[in-house]
Design a protein around this ligand. Structure first.
Ligand SMILES: NC(=O)c1ccc[n+]([C@@H]2O[C@H](COP(=O)([O-])OP(=O)(O)OC[C@H]3O[C@@H](n4cnc5c(N)ncnc54)[C@H](OP(=O)(O)O)[C@@H]3O)[C@@H](O)[C@H]2O)c1
Length: 323
């Protein structure tokens, strides 16, 4: 995702308030080990961990350790460790001494199930007390199998995680709010429409990537986290998105109901048949599955833990759309 990408450095743009200041750079002793640190979310988690004074060790594939993202991590004071993610022994060495192992990996089975399992095995072997998997999504825990390919993989990894002798915390944040600016075809500035299926009054969870990263950094440094932490920067209905888009743009948006959730289900089947793109992490049909999970209410977060870290101020949809 490139919503926060600086066109010159090709690095995610980090708002000034998340950059570390000299006074906040005192480091805790035991490092937070971060996998996927060169990704969009991972970079932001690293920035927030540093801002909170943590020692951060980023595990980076050898082929990625010279990339601009790895250089950015070094500039933030992150220890970048080239790691062979296919070797549990290598990963175990890299996890030694960790207070918490955080995964921000993204991908399909190879990354979410296979590589995360090796990382989990390594965290356990190294004696790390805590593990945060790369969930960062709507509540996939009770969704029917087959309703979202990417969530099926997360539940598969979750079944392994439940058996591991480590304190695990999944962070569920709904949809990245940033996607409303482009990738999720819901708020359409051109035709001034908010597009939806089903019920315009169904509550939906949104959190920006920056707020999700900030929350994750706080959770990684909090030794008492429960199995799940749920956060939503804003809970908005389709009608709420319409109001936010209208206020942000200064002119009215109309609602456009394409059809029922059954119609969306049929559109998913057709799109998947015509454009399978099965090797892509987020092909269009998977984005539509995500929308279906949210618009049906099945992936709604039942409770929120926003107040657990009172220093975090959450960006609202209207603010994001006005940027
Ligand atoms: N809730 C939402 O709306 C939403 C939207 C988008 C993403 N997400 C989630 O946020 C999390 C992070 O996504 P992102 O967008 O930050 O991903 P990203 O930018 O694609 O970054 C992926 C990271 O994982 C690393 N990686 C992937 N496969 C790996 C492997 N097999 N071995 C070692 N490293 C590997 C990449 O390393 P290299 O640099 O070496 O390639 C990179 O650091 C994921 O769980 C994703 O599903 C949520």
């Amino acid at each position: 995702m490139d919503i926060t990408t600086n066109p010159i450095t090709m690095l995610p743009t980090v708002p000034e308030q998340v950059l570390p200041s000299a006074s906040t750079l005192t480091s805790t002793a035991a490092p937070i080990v971060l996998a996927g640190a060169t990704g969009g979310l991972g970079l932001l988690i690293a920035h927030h961990l540093r801002r909170r004074g943590a020692t951060v060790r980023a595990l980076v594939r050898p082929e990625s350790s010279r990339k601009a993202e790895a250089e950015s991590l070094r500039l933030q004071g992150v220890e970048v460790v080239e790691t062979n993610f296919n070797s549990v022994a290598d990963l175990t060495r890299a996890c030694t001494g960790a207070a918490c192992v955080v995964s921000a990996l993204s991908g399909l089975r190879d990354s979410i199930v296979d590589t995360q399992t090796r990382l989990l095995d390594a965290a356990v072997a190294a004696g790390a007390p805590r593990f945060i998997p790369s969930d960062f999504s709507a509540d996939f825990t009770t969704l029917p199998e087959g309703s979202n390919r990417n969530f099926d993989l997360r539940r598969e990894f979750q079944r392994r995680l439940e058996k591991a002798p480590i304190q695990a915390t999944s962070i569920l944040n709904g949809m990245f709010m940033d996607l409303l600016k482009g990738q999720a075809p819901v708020v359409l500035p051109g035709p001034r429409r908010v597009v939806y299926w089903g019920d315009a009054d169904q509550p939906l969870d949104f959190t920006t990537m920056v707020d999700t990263a900030n929350f994750t950094a706080a959770a990684a440094l909090d030794p008492t986290t429960p199995r799940f932490l749920r956060v939503a920067g804003e809970v908005a209905t389709i009608r709420g998105l319409q109001a936010a888009a209208s206020a942000a743009a200064g002119h009215p948006f109309k609602l456009f109901r394409v059809g029922s959730l059954g119609v969306l289900q049929s559109m998913i089947k057709v799109t998947r048949t015509l454009m399978p793109a099965n090797d892509e992490v987020f092909p269009p049909w998977q984005g539509m599955q995500y929308l279906h999970n949210m618009l049906s209410g099945q992936a709604k977060l039942p409770t929120l833990d926003n107040a657990r870290y009172p220093d975090i101020r959450y960006t609202q949809v209207r603010e994001l759309l006005a940027r």
